[in-house]
Design a binder for this molecule. Structure first.
Ligand code: ACO
Length: 209
């Protein structure tokens, strides 16, 4: 019931190394907790509000229940929860969520990367791999991404992969304890010439080998 899942995608080579996507695992607890806690300041302004302190929410013991939800949702075809790997190491996550079938065939895409590796094209490569998978084996036609106006790095990522700005969603999401406006970006399958990965390679931003 979830075409295209599980899957291991890439690698795409960037200036930082080989970027790939693979399904989340139960044994990611330590890496997840360590990275999430270390990146609190870069993640907090952009992520949905949660209950409890950041440290509590990202304790290694919080991973197994979160992982179980992600696995169950992936099994029923609602999400694709990927880890972003750089040369085989966990450096972030990319999630495709709210997968709709039927006549809409759409989903949203979201991502984060360890701040130690910012600005090296990792998120851009990961999003390109995710997009190609969604429009290929997963069979989707449209991807949405919502970004706060101040999040210029994320907007740059989406633009490089070919997403367009469609409008402003006012007071759209509870982020860092306020209702925040978000810009809606979107991409449909026919807007991609060849593949998103090929587009990056042609632009000199990544290579296949
Ligand atoms: N002003 C202008 N451009 C900027 C700035 C800035 N202050 N900071 C970064 N950029 C640009 C970079 O120059 C680069 O573009 P370029 O290649 O044209 O030079 C681009 O932003 C970043 O591209 P990548 O290197 O591929 O991205 P990176 O691996 O650094 O990850 C990400 C970007 C995921 C947004 C990272 O900053 C992050 O994890 N932030 C915290 C969490 C977050 O915001 N996630 C996204 C939420 S929105 C969503 O998921 C749809």
């Amino acid at each position: 019931i979830n075409p295209g899942w599980p899957a291991t995608l890439g690698p795409l080579r960037t200036q930082a190394g080989a970027v790939g996507l693979r399904p989340v695992r139960l044994r990611d607890a330590k890496a997840w907790s360590e990275l999430r806690i270390r990146n609190q300041n870069t993640l907090l302004p952009w992520e949905p509000s949660g209950i409890g302190s950041w440290a509590e929410r990202h304790h290694p013991g919080s991973w197994p229940p979160l992982y179980s939800v992600l696995r169950a949702e992936a099994k029923r075809g609602a999400v694709l929860p990927f880890v972003i790997e750089l040369d085989g190491r966990y450096v972030g996550q990319l999630t495709v969520g709210n997968i709709q079938r039927g006549a809409v065939r759409s989903a949203w895409i979201g991502y984060w990367v360890d701040a130690q590796h910012f600005g090296q094209g990792i998120a851009t490569a990961a999003v390109a791999l995710g997009v190609d998978h969604c429009f290929g084996p997963v069979g989707l036609h449209r991807l949405d991404a919502t970004v706060q106006p101040a999040n210029v790095a994320s907007q740059a990522v989406l633009t490089k992969v070919g997403f367009r700005r469609e409008g402003l969603l006012e007071r759209y999401m509870d982020v860092n304890n306020r209702w925040r406006d978000h810009i809606l970006f979107a991409l449909t399958a026919e807007e991609i010439a060849g593949s998103a990965a090929e587009t990056l390679v042609r632009a000199g931003r990544a290579s296949f080998h």
